[in-house]
Design a protein around this ligand. Structure first.
Ligand code: NAD
Ligand code: UD1
Length: 341
């Protein structure tokens, strides 16, 4: 059985991917320093899969510990690297934290992997690398725009580091997955997103408002050149994202990749406006949402949605869930967390 290291495996996307990996028969070892997650997430993973993944709590910025870890686990055949800091605003205030966490951890991992005869790594990238793309939907060929934040820059630099490493070493295989807007939770509501403090992202803000934890959602701008004036994004169910990781990993392990560095968009291919997302929430929750229109948020792009042809045809993956499915799962998760408080 193939043993896979999942860094950041107790986080939002990582935990859903651990479930998908275990369900596909992989043996998983998680490394997470719990900087943005809780050890309790393990209970949710076990409740869903009936299997306890191995877990080590340490910080991947610690080079010595990372080296010692790989010495103890020589049988790791693939790595999915989620561990990173991800708050855009915080990255503007504290860029060095972001460069240290998101770049150093990647370099240390790659240094360890390069000691192996062959290595496979999947990297969490983001649609943020495209900035405001000129053409919709966005293909993988769209130019990479100047990063709008240190966080976005770490994703661009991370991809460049992987590309150069793969070019220099043909035994290195990497896939960068550019996620559009992951939302929702596992249908069991045993794992989901755990935003710390006031959520910056739309969907957790909506569900917390619906649950009465926030008074009102602010919709950032209604005078954009879109169908209803609000911004357009490609919201994709986190379980669809998780499944794509399993498929990408199998592609590398089964040596089906065409080049040793590949990039894929992970989106649904459909753009939704903020008001459409609110309507979807109102449909699945049977309640009206309290919201008001306010000024635009600085740094927001007008529209971003994926061209998914490459992922559909080359990777053989397609998002299955609708926006309503994803919102339904997000709402069920919100009510579960609330009932636990
Ligand atoms: P998350 O914060 O929920 O998960 C990241 C996990 O990594 C956390 O459990 C955290 O404790 C851990 N971690 C962070 N730094 C670490 C370190 N130095 N050592 C060990 N563990 C560490 O985030 P997420 O939403 O699951 O995102 C996962 C990845 O996907 C990140 O790389 C993120 O940048 C990327 N991404 C996320 C989104 C999104 O909207 N959620 C979109 C595009 C890309
Ligand atoms: C954010 C990140 C981006 C990351 C992406 C992935 C920022 C600036 N960008 O993008 O780097 O790759 O998540 O998920 O944080 N909105 C409201 N009210 C709110 C919150 C959001 O109207 O309270 C609107 C925003 O203006 C935007 C949409 O909802 O139009 C989605 O916002 P958000 O969930 O923050 O995601 P992105 O801005 O797309």
């Amino acid at each position: 059985m193939s043993k896979i290291l999942v860094t950041g495996g107790l986080g939002y996307i990582g935990s859903h991917t651990v479930v998908a990996l275990q369900e596909a028969g992989f043996k998983v070892i998680i490394v997470d320093n719990l900087s943005n997650s809780s050890v309790k997430v393990l209970e949710g993973i076990v409740a869903i899969t009936g299997e306890t993944p191995a877990f080590e709590n340490f910080d991947l910025r610690d080079k010595q510990n990372t080296t010692a870890f790989f010495k103890r686990h020589k049988d790791i055949t693939g790595v999915i690297h989620f561990a990173a800091s991800k708050a855009v605003g915080e990255s503007v205030e504290n860029p060095l934290l972001y460069y240290e966490n998101n770049i150093n951890t990647l370099i240390y991992l790659l240094q360890e992997l390069s000691k192996k005869e062959s290595s496979n790594i999947i990297f969490s990238s983001s649609c943020t690398v495209y900035g405001q793309a000129d053409v919709m939907p966005i293909t993988e060929e769209a130019p990479i725009k100047l990063a709008e934040s240190p966080y976005g820059n770490t994703k661009q630099i991370g991809e460049a580091i992987l590309k150069d490493t793969c070019k220099a070493n043909q035994n290195f295989n990497a896939i960068a997955l550019r996620y559009f807007n992951p939302i929702g939770a596992h249908r069991s509501a045993k794992i989901g997103e755990l935003p710390i403090g006031v959520p910056q992202n739309l969907v957790p803000y909506i569900t917390q408002t619906g649950a009465g934890e926030r008074e009102q959602l602010s919709v950032f701008g209604d005078n954009y050149p879109t169908t209803d004036g609000t911004c357009v994004r490609d919201y994709i169910h986190v379980v669809d994202i998780a499944n794509a990781h399993v498929i990408a990993l199998q592609r590398l392990l089964n040596k089906k990749h065409k080049s040793n560095f590949e990039v894929f968009n992970l989106g649904t291919g459909t753009g939704s406006t903020v008001l459409e997302v609110i309507k979807s929430f109102e449909r699945v929750s049977n309640q009206n949402l309290n919201y008001k229109i306010v000024d635009r948020r600085e740094g927001d792009v007008i529209s971003a949605f994926a061209d998914t042809k490459k992922a559909n045809t080359v990777l053989g993956w397609k998002a299955k869930s609708s926006l309503d499915d994803a919102m339904q799962s997000a709402w069920k998760w919100q009510q579960t967390i609330k009932s636990k408080l």
